[in-house]
Design a protein around this ligand. Structure first.
Ligand SMILES: CC(C)(COP(=O)(O)OP(=O)(O)OC[C@H]1O[C@@H](n2cnc3c(N)ncnc32)[C@H](O)[C@@H]1OP(=O)(O)O)[C@@H](O)C(=O)NCCC(=O)NCCS
Length: 165
């Protein structure tokens, strides 16, 4: 498996993996599957500092992706990036997410970010185990922060300061 920068030709696979995460109701407050127009627009704002990496498995193509996303439009937070990570259902639990999180750190630092934050559901145990193992700490839990299928859901904030060495 190689982890490499995403290209436009990866968008179909990125979209399919994202839509699995939406359907699984474990990763995002998004409820409706996204389409090609959506993912193209998303990719167009992920060309500069907010990079996307894919995990490319020999013979199977793209099996997961990670992205840096804008955290805040405030200048004071320009060094903080938000993170998303999605692994295709068939490939979860095989080290793909760990490889993606490791690979995005030097990319984030090279783009001038000193911290990565992320938001996850308290019931996303796989996500939390992955993040803790990669050195993320829990900041806290927002109660009733979002609505998913008509129900309030809590959202947990996690963060990692990126070391300079
Ligand atoms: C969360 C996710 C990105 C983890 O990626 P992954 O490739 O499955 O993770 P890894 O194989 O690198 O495993 C990392 C840790 O998570 C644990 N883990 C993976 N799948 C798990 C599961 N289903 N249940 C519990 N723990 C799990 C692993 O056991 C491992 O910890 P360990 O080495 O101590 O056992 C992946 O499961 C996924 O894409 N899920 C759906 C989308 C999602 O939830 N994204 C995150 C949104 S916040």
């Amino acid at each position: 498996m190689v982890v490499r920068p995403a290209e436009a030709t990866d968008l179909e696979a990125i979209l399919a993996i994202y839509n699995e995460g939406i359907v699984d109701r474990i990763a995002t407050l998004e409820e409706e599957p996204k389409d090609q127009d959506y993912i193209e627009a998303w990719f167009s704002v992920h060309q500069q500092r907010y990079r996307v990496l894919v995990a490319d498995m020999a013979g199977d193509g793209v099996v997961g992706w990670v992205s840096l996303n804008p955290y805040s439009s405030r200048c004071a937070y320009a060094g903080v990036a938000d993170l998303s990570v999605y692994v295709g259902r068939r490939w979860r639990g095989r080290g793909v997410g760990s490889a993606l999180l490791k690979a995005i750190e030097p990319v984030a630092q090279a783009q001038g970010f000193y911290k990565i934050v992320l938001f996850t559901f308290p019931f996303n145990e796989a996500g939390q185990r992955l993040y803790r193992k990669q050195g993320y700490r829990t900041v806290g839990t927002f109660f009733q922060q979002g609505i998913l299928d008509g129900q309030f859901v809590d959202v947990m904030a996690m963060e990692k300061l990126l070391s300079k060495d």
